[in-house]
Design a protein around this ligand. Structure first.
Ligand SMILES: Cc1cc2nc3c(=O)[nH]c(=O)nc-3n(C[C@H](O)[C@H](O)[C@H](O)COP(=O)(O)OP(=O)(O)OC[C@H]3O[C@@H](n4cnc5c(N)ncnc54)[C@H](O)[C@@H]3O)c2cc1C
Length: 376
């Protein structure tokens, strides 16, 4: 078969790119090795992040945070897109953007939050510093030892089980061709385009979007392109439903944690805790990390100590060391685009796809990518 644009990967980056291209009348085919939304995009914790993640700020420092700063503009724009996505795609995506709270229990943590907020504000992220009295009003469910927080009013959550399928269905309605259970085995340059070998035949593509998430480096490698992207196994845990308690996205400055309550009352608990990869490649939950994650959650919201964890799961996130996204056409490989936003690629899925589609359409990207994408 032949297609103008072949999108590789049926996660949020690929499905949304296919959608934005199909709405513009582009002949686009999406190929997915298994089913849509089965990897990171369907297995993540559903946080809509905008602010710099606290553990990275502490670990990598203010210089790194300033270098990462321009990327925050993409997250701000993506958040704005999330606000309208349910209406645009015709599916309730459970989007709730009631704000994110990074909670401190020591003066030293408060100082780090304030330093981080100073940098975030330079790049347009609104962060309010909340003292203990303010915190008691805003989030009375927090532990008594919470002394203050940084509050980012843009942040929140959406439902990972719904977002990518909604993009894919909308893409299909607009004319995109979706091929599931079609694994890319090889890609080679052919004339002015590419010849792509799949498990079920050959595809001639004018252009390619590599949106294969954690597997994207392997696909780029088929053309001799080296990208610094690794797959990192993570785990998330969900509790039984409890009464409505937590409207915010919560983080702890005391340790790795992201915590939110889904619409059905379950609390999703994650924050970048690593899972274990067995020798045969399968991922399993790391029990010590599960305990650490649950302890951080119960320390922040004591009543969660009573909630039973009903399930933990694992998935591989697409990570880069410097956290920079890799979006754009690869120099020297005309028509071969990368559409990769590491670590928080669910939050950034809409803007990653929009920017990729802009470049394929030959338009100025919605948000400038200089100093943002590792390709510019
Ligand atoms: C446990 C966990 C929790 C997370 N929590 C959050 C969060 O709360 N908020 C947030 O913003 N981000 C979060 N993330 C990160 C986020 O989920 C990812 O960055 C994002 O989903 C990446 O989307 P993607 O479409 O690029 O990749 P994916 O969703 O991984 O999709 C890539 C697709 O490519 C397909 N593919 C791979 N190889 C081939 C091939 N050879 N041929 C055809 N298809 C192929 C795969 O099957 C897959 O479906 C989390 C990640 C994990 C793992």
């Amino acid at each position: 078969m032949k297609t103008d644009v072949l999108v590789i990967g049926g996660g949020i980056a690929g499905a949304a790119t296919a959608y934005y291209l199909a709405t513009e009348g582009v002949d686009v085919t999406l190929v997915e090795a298994t089913d849509l939304n089965t990897q990171a995009s369907g297995a993540n914790a559903g946080s809509i992040h905008v602010q710099i993640q606290h553990p990275e700020f502490v670990g990598l420092g203010p210089e790194w945070a300033r270098a990462y700063g321009p990327t925050l503009r993409l997250l701000i724009e993506s958040q704005r897109m999330w606000l309208g996505l349910s209406a645009e795609l015709g599916v309730d995506l459970d989007v709730s953007l009631a704000g994110g709270l990074l909670v401190a229990t020591t003066p030293e943590q408060m100082r780090q939050i304030e330093a981080k907020a100073g940098i975030e504000r330079e790049f347009g992220v609104p962060i309010e510093i909340v003292d203990r009295a303010g915190l008691q009003r805003l989030a009375p469910y927090l532990a008594d030892n919470a002394i203050g927080a940084g509050f980012c009013p843009l942040e929140g959550k959406a439902n990972p089980l719904k977002a990518t399928p909604a993009f894919a269905a909308a893409a299909q309605r607009c004319g995109a061709n979706l091929l599931t259970h079609t694994r890319i085995l090889n890609v080679e340059a052919a004339g002015i385009g590419y010849r792509v070998t799949t498990g079920s035949g050959t595809i001639e593509a004018g252009r390619i979007v590599n949106a294969a998430g954690a597997a994207a480096a392997g696909i780029a490698g088929m053309l001799g392109i080296d990208i610094a992207l690794q797959g990192v196994p993570l785990q998330v845990t969900v509790t039984e439903p409890v009464a409505p308690l937590i409207p915010h996205l919560l983080y702890s400055a005391a340790g790795k944690l992201s915590l939110k309550q889904a619409r059905n009352g379950s609390c999703l608990i994650g924050g970048g805790w690593h899972a274990r990869r067995l020798a045969d490649g399968r991922l399993v939950t790391n029990p010590a990390h599960l305990a650490g994650n649950m302890t951080n959650a119960a320390n922040l919201v004591p009543s969660l100590g009573q909630a039973r964890a009903v399930r933990s799961w694992t998935a591989t996130v697409n990570g880069t060391e410097d956290w920079r996204p890799i979006i754009g056409e690869v120099p020297g490989h005309k028509g071969f685009f990368l559409s990769l936003f590491p670590w928080v690629g669910f939050s950034a899925g809409p803007i990653t796809a929009r920017l990729t589609a802009d470049m394929i359409l030959g338009r100025e990207p919605h948000v400038p990518l200089e100093g943002v994408s590792a390709l510019f």
